[in-house]
Ligand binder design. Sequence first.
Ligand code: ADP
Ligand code: MG
Length: 686
Amino acid sequence: MSDRLLTESKGVGARVAQRLATLGLVRESDVLFHLPLRYEDRTTLTPLNAIRPGLWCQVEGTIVHQTIRYARSRMLVATLADESGQVLLRFFRFYPNQQRLLTEGARVRCFGEVRLGSGGFEMAHPQCLPLGENPPPLPDHLSAIYPTTQGVSQALLVRLINSALDRLDSGALVLKDWLSPQQTSISLKEALLAVHRPKAEDNIAALIEGIHPAVRRLALEEMLAHHLTIARQNKARAQQRAQALRLTDPHVKDLFDRFLAGVGFAPTSAQSRVIEEITQDLASQQPMRRLLQGDVGSGKTLVAGAALVVAAGSGVQAAMIAPTELLAEQHHRTLKGWLEPLGIEVIWLTGKVTGKAREAALARIAEGASVVVGTHAIFQEPVVFKHLALAIVDEQHRFGVHQRLALANKGKREGQLPHQLVMTATPIPRTLAMTAYAGLDVSVIDVLPPGRKPVQTVAMSSQRRDEVIERLKSALAEGRQAYWVCPLIEESDVLEAEAAETRAAELAEALRDFQVGLIHGRLKSKDKQAIMAKFEAGDLDLLVATTVIEVGVDVPNASLMMIENAERLGLSQLHQLRGRVGRGSAQAVCVLLYKPPLGQMATERLKVMRETTDGFVIAEKDLELRGPGEVLGTRQTGMMRFRIADLARDGRLLDTVHALAETIAPEAADAIIDRWIGQAEAYVEV
Ligand code: ADP
Ligand code: MG
């Protein structure tokens, strides 16, 4: 018996299957290579008199009390007791079945982090298992926790992986082991079982640190898969051709000089260096494939503008896409301001451009208009370019691989590919950049434009909101502008928009002498633009916003930012948000409002935010706190990433990898690439 599609498993319908596919999980064997992020020890129970704040533990007992409290919203609170003591279980959101499960007299087993609340030790949102007459035995191995994605729950993954492991263990599912016993000390099957289901007495530290033979076995095969892939891609790429766009052409040079003279500031040393790197790439007959990393506010738009000018001057077409309407609109305005005075036509195209305007835009693109700026609408079906030779993607992590490919494909003609520049403000730790972006050359803007002062950051309990509003009032009275961010608190943009609306109304009431605006993802694009325009013009003093402002928005006079629910946001998102302020000359301040009590992770994150504004330091910390899987996102983001190997740790396996690659049979190479990299390979094809 062998591999089968996940759609043949119980409970996996078309929709779930699609979401699983975004994690690269299509076949049963795929889930076996979806490896744990970490482990939880549920093999033992902790008596309630032994629990301590910060401890993740499993406890068991009887519910002795349950109430629904009405604070800011409905909250379920239950007291769990065993012979030795008790603990409070707190649910800020809950379902009727949870309320039923935790009724007085019920016996339950709970797993979660212990915190110190106002009334003693408590667990917020513990995972609870109802215990009937015959409580299930405690597991004899550690519980693996897997990386998930929206719409794919931990429970579903655990079920699918367990079922595949059972079939592997029983021999019903056979995975071909491409490495012989001479080549590794442990078989593929043994390695997979050890990694997914480590025994409590197994060397867990070795597993987590990745020095366990099981991890090494898998890391070796994974590194081999990457090595084989890169070797193939290099071979394929050497054949690719692109139109050379030469700055040395006098006409291009003239346009380029006039462009730089017209932007109103001198490029920073970093911008000049990066522009030089890019113009060199563009002059080559091989397609550029470059990633530009630059912290928020470092001035990536100027660099993009320079590349666009070189393309336009060379008589070919260039396109620049941004992930949101708001950001695309801002780019359009900036670029139009820079390029149109030079006689370069700039076309605007998003999904919201319809009717006659759309027809006109499409016609101009087909006729060869130089520059097109917009959203993903640009790479959709009906858009036909005359000669697209440069594609720029801003905030590339917001796009999927397929989207970037679709854009590049628009420029495929007569054996030539467009040059590609992708830009990101999400700094990838240097330790990851090399492998994460295999196949892309990396440029970094590491100098900020002159005159920037680092944003001062403070963390405050949301209970002190009134105080914050008072301070805000005096700042607004001085003519400053501010953002008030209400980030995603529910998994729904409807609820998020409502929360922002409520907050905007409250703030408008509290700040009656000032103009308060509201922007969120559910507004029409026209309305969003109108509101941003008013804020930019200074007609609004305060802008209440959801995370739609996260990416790229630029209003230099805005120097204050309040972020609610800051404890729920990841470091890179907080960093992105905070980057909206501190772009002008005034000292900028960011207030992180959090709901106490804070968990350990959240405390740590807020501390990092207070201590540094350096995106690379923050990215390193993020990596440390969350692990590479989370930092880089799923395979969808289009970056090469290792699921298990770590070059720093496993570097000494490289010699073995190279030796294996020399001798491996083509069919084995195909199978190993397919097993570890699968569809992700597609993104580097162009
Ligand atoms: P990024 O996209 O990297 O976050 P932007 O391109 O939006 O940053 O630039 C941020 C701000 O800095 C813009 O207002 C831009 O005009 C300004 N800027 C960019 N480069 C310079 C420079 N060399 N000198 C002064 N201001 C600059
Ligand atoms: Mg930008």
